[in-house]
Design a binder for this molecule. Structure first.
Ligand code: NAD
Length: 425
């Protein structure tokens, strides 16, 4: 099966627009609102120079897509990856708009990033790229305008560099008021307790709700997880606490199976030290094809979009898919899973725990407060449980799949805001 099974010329934004069309038709969204939501408000592309470790200067290309801000400031991750493209970021930015609208968070949607191979650059180079990129974005980001967060290839350290660069370009007197310009920071530098695991925690709350609904005892069950970065690793750790063992994992370097269950702490340490799961001393190496065919109870995609196409969807032998990643199923894969009756908890619901706790971090920064972990976790659990119930209720009532239900709820909220505010002037 190899790396190239899934659509090579994938047009992610078209796929997301397809969902919008369906949801808009279903809820009778006025055409002009659908049209406004079909394109990002702003598409920024910046080119900037960075001095590399060998003393040579290299040019980089950075992006920020500001999809929509009717419900609040633009909000969304920064992705540093070789595959970063305008089309993908437009899709991901739009999904942030739906996610915040679904969760009732007063934010809009955005996404950005830098096209670069983070595995081929040093720590110092990453810092310089981050700072020059932030400088190039200038006042196009800001605590009440557009608030970045981590995504693939970025982490709390990258967010702290962004924050520091932004703070230092705004003048001494207002400097400290700018902390909320990014979320997902380290706790010492103004991040929120519970943010690191928040996306995975949200995924696991959805799985728990699904299990309750289907009288499915999670204790003793198994999971397979694609992607072992922030979302994949934390999901594995949290599932272990519920008695679910992760028996197959994969990342850009390959796939491993271990029927006894992986120790997520140890795999996480290995990934932090070596950059991938390659050469992890436990489990056996399997092919990508075998990974998708590994019988298990739950599959969590936690890598990139467009990972589950026709072959993968036919191979999967699981009872539930919870989308940690954004857009992991392509339309063909999704169609096959629907035919096979395998339930999918859709991305804009399942992985919205990340932006939910980012919102809590932003509120804490603005109020100069520090919430304890119980408070953050408690609020997140309530938010995720309610959102899950709302989506499944609409899915049942309207006899539609949960993805369409989630999109419909989000679109209804956005449609109401446009109806109430009207179009300026
Ligand atoms: P990360 O950079 O921490 O991890 C990404 C993982 O994907 C790594 O293990 C990497 O090796 C793997 N990967 C990359 N290319 C791959 C390939 N071709 N095949 C298999 N695996 C591959 O990123 P993350 O923050 O964990 O994000 C993962 C997914 O979750 C993305 O879709 C992201 O948009 C989504 N997400 C993240 C957050 C968050 O808070 N970090 C929130 C919501 C959604």
């Amino acid at each position: 099966m190899g790396e190239s099974t899934v659509e090579p010329e994938y047009r992610f934004f078209e796929v997301v627009r397809g969902y919008v069309e369906r949801a808009a038709g279903l809820i009778g969204l006025p055409d002009h609102v659908r049209d406004m939501l079909s394109e990002p408000k702003n598409e920024l592309i910046v080119h900037f120079p960075v001095v590399m470790d060998d003393g040579k200067m290299r040019m980089f290309k950075g992006y920020r897509i500001q999809h929509n801000n009717i419900l609040g400031p633009y909000k969304g991750g920064m992705r540093f990856h070789v595959s970063v493209s305008l089309d993908d970021l437009k899709a991901l930015g739009a999904m942030m708009t739906w996610k915040c609208a679904l969760m009732g968070i007063p934010f809009g949607g955005a996404k950005g990033g830098v096209k670069c191979d983070t595995r081929a650059i040093s720590h110092d180079e990453l810092r310089r790229i981050t700072r020059r990129f932030t400088h190039a974005l200038g006042s196009n980001i800001g605590p009440s305008y557009d608030i970045p967060a981590p995504d693939v290839g970025t982490n709390a350290q990258v967010m702290v560099w962004m924050m520091d660069t932004y703070m230092n370009s705004t003048g001494n007197v207002t400097k400290n008021a700018q902390r909320a310009v990014v979320t997902g920071k380290t706790v010492t530098c103004g991040g929120s307790l519970g943010r690191e695991k928040a996306t995975s925690q949200g995924v696991v709350h959805c799985i728990t709700e699904w299990a309750k609904e289907h009288r499915f005892d999670l204790e003793g069950k198994t999971a397979i997880i694609q992607g072992f970065g922030n979302v994949g690793c934390n999901a594995s750790l949290l599932l272990a606490k519920l008695g679910v063992s992760t028996i197959a994992i994969g990342d850009h370097s390959g796939y491993l199976r271990h029927d006894e269950g992986f120790n997520a702490h140890k795999v996480g340490d290995h990934v932090r030290t070596h950059g991938s799961i390659a050469n992890y001393p436990h489990g056996s190496v399997i092919s990508r094809e075998d990974f998708f065919a590994t019988p298990a109870d739950i599959f969590i995609p936690a890598a990139l979009e467009n990972q589950v196409g026709e072959a993968e969807a036919n191979a999967l032998t699981v009872s539930l898919i919870a989308e940690g990643a954004n857009g992991p199923l392509n339309p063909k894969g999704e169609e096959i899973l629907a035919q096979r009756g395998i339930p999918v908890i859709p991305d804009i619901l399942a992985n919205s725990g990340g932006v939910t706790v980012s919102y809590y971090e932003w509120v804490q920064n603005l109020r100069s407060e520090r919430w304890d972990l119980e408070e953050v976790d408690g609020r997140l659990e309530k938010a995720m449980t309610e959102a899950y119930q709302r989506v499944m209720y609409v899915a049942r009532e309207r006899k539609i799949d949960p993805r369409l239900a989630a999109y419909s709820i989000a679109m209804e909220n956005l449609g109401t805001a446009y109806a109430e505010r009207g179009i300026f002037p």
